[in-house]
Write a protein that binds this ligand. Structure first.
Ligand code: NAD
Length: 428
């Protein structure tokens, strides 16, 4: 089946329905939680460097804020759609809840390809997005952050515009800022490190020594690079990574059977996580098709690129050796593929948990920004480890006690907590 035929919001709703059924949730709670509370669609006029005007489409979706202010990134992507943003906003609600931080779920996006925009055009686009949504977001209502193809610099431009509009300093308005400008130490590492903390805990449960394992990754961006760093520090070997090739408009997998060299690959990677294929081949990496990352003979698979990458078609190509899949990306597995993985008894660490390190550290950044007092990196990463480990243990214990698949256990815990908050507030 073609990946494009999956609608991420329908996938997110199907996942929610499964949890709602397991919880026997009442109709009003289902109606409330199946859809976003609010969504904004807007046009962003941007003056291009050649003097012409371009109108970009922007979104912000606030799925649920019963447990606290909305939180969620802003994604730049040429194929961005409102349904992608809706799905991501819903997943943010569950994710904040799984790691038990007092935040709700939101997400934003702009249909654009920053590869084709100059730095000045990107700055105007960031400022334009904030001008359209400034009245509906804020440090106590909805706090944006980076996502695919957005960086600390984009966050700083957005913060600057927000502060200019409001005439006050509001560093808690946005997270993922540069360190020294209100950003938290440890934020850039947090998502990838968080993924590997959950892998570490799963390996403990399966009684496997990390040093005896090898892995294959999809994606070589923010999440993947730091996940690889920590996994290698634990003694694991990475056989293969894949990424998008901007020039050829397709994905490629890069394989080295004796293990990739992270530093070597970082030196030939652009700021969007694209590897220079010519240089990689000169360094003796095998260049394979984009989907080859999933077929590798490894113990651990880490999809850390985009949604809907593991499908019913390629899930059947997963090696029998694979014991753990940790979803670094949001929604990388379609429901049909998930069923196959469940039947093969692979230990699934679902996105809600596996990539929750990012939002956990964003919450730490927000706390630091609001109090204007910043913590040492070890303190941030130590607190991250505590939060991720206890979330993992809570879900895995619940899964074992109720004989549930890990994804179902995470969903049941999250949906139950949010439904309870809505009920306590008198919304349902
Ligand atoms: P990024 O833009 O830094 O990197 C994305 C990587 O995926 C790049 O290497 C890109 O080349 C690759 N890629 C894109 N399309 C691909 C394809 N079709 N095939 C193979 N590779 C492809 O993004 P990121 O911040 O690392 O985010 C990756 C995923 O993790 C997304 O799903 C994002 O929503 C999720 N996530 C990110 C964070 C965070 O803190 N950055 C937090 C939680 C979840």
């Amino acid at each position: 089946m073609n990946k494009k035929s999956y609608n991420p919001f329908e996938v997110a709703q199907k996942q929610f329905d499964r949890a709602a059924d397991l919880l026997e949730l009442d109709k009003a709670s289902r109606d409330l939680l199946r859809n976003p509370l609010r969504e904004y669609h807007f046009s962003i006029p941007v003056r291009m460097d050649d003097g012409s005007m371009n109108i970009f489409r922007g979104f912000r979706v606030q799925h649920n804020d019963a447990r606290g202010p909305g939180k969620g990134g802003v994604r730049f992507h040429p194929q961005e759609t409102i349904d992608t943003v809706r799905a991501l906003a819903m997943w943010m609600t569950w994710k904040c809840t799984v790691v038990d931080i007092p935040l709700g779920g939101s997400k934003g996006g702009i249909i654009c390809d920053p590869h084709n925009l100059s730095q000045l055009e990107q700055e105007r686009l960031c400022r334009g997005w904030v001008r359209q949504i400034a009245r509906n977001v804020g440090p106590l209502s909805d706090i944006p952050a980076p996502d695919v193809m957005t960086s600390a610099q984009h966050m700083l431009w957005m913060l600057d515009e927000y502060e200019a509009i409001h005439g006050t300093k509001n560093p808690g308005f946005i997270t993922g800022k540069p360190v020294g400008m209100g950003g938290s130490l440890g934020r850039k590492e947090a998502t990838g490190y968080g993924t590997i903390i959950t892998v570490r805990e799963a390996l403990k449960e399966l009684n496997i020594n990390p040093e005896d394992t090898c892995a294959s990754f999809q994606g070589f961006g923010n999440v993947s690079q730091f996940a690889i760093e920590l996994y290698q520090q634990m003694g694991g070997k990475i056989i293969c990574v894949s990424c998008w090739d901007q020039e050829d408009q397709t994905g490629y997998s890069y394989r080295k059977k004796d293990g990739i060299d992270l530093i070597e690959l970082l030196n030939i990677t652009d700021s969007f996580g694209g590897i220079d294929k010519t240089k990689a081949q000169e360094l003796d990496y095998e260049l394979l098709p984009g989907e080859a990352w999933i077929e590798q003979d490894v113990d651990i698979l880490i999809p850390a690129a985009l949604e809907n990458q593991i499908t019913a078609d390629n899930a059947t190509k997963i090696s029998n050796r694979v014991k753990i899949i940790a979803e670094g990306a949001n929604g990388p597995t379609t429901p049909e593929a998930d069923k196959i993985i469940r039947e093969h008894n692979i230990f699934m660490i679902p996105d809600l948990l596996a990539n929750a390190g990012g939002v956990t550290c964003s919450y730490f950044e927000q706390v630091q920004s609001n109090s204007n007092y910043f913590w040492e990196k070890d303190e941030v990463l130590g607190k991250l480890d505590v939060q991720m480990t206890s979330a993992f243990i809570a879900i895995s214990e619940f899964a074992k006690s109720k004989k549930l698949y890990m994804r179902d256990a995470a969903y049941v815990i999250a949906v139950n907590r949010v439904a309870q908050a809505c009920s306590d507030r008198g919304w349902v």
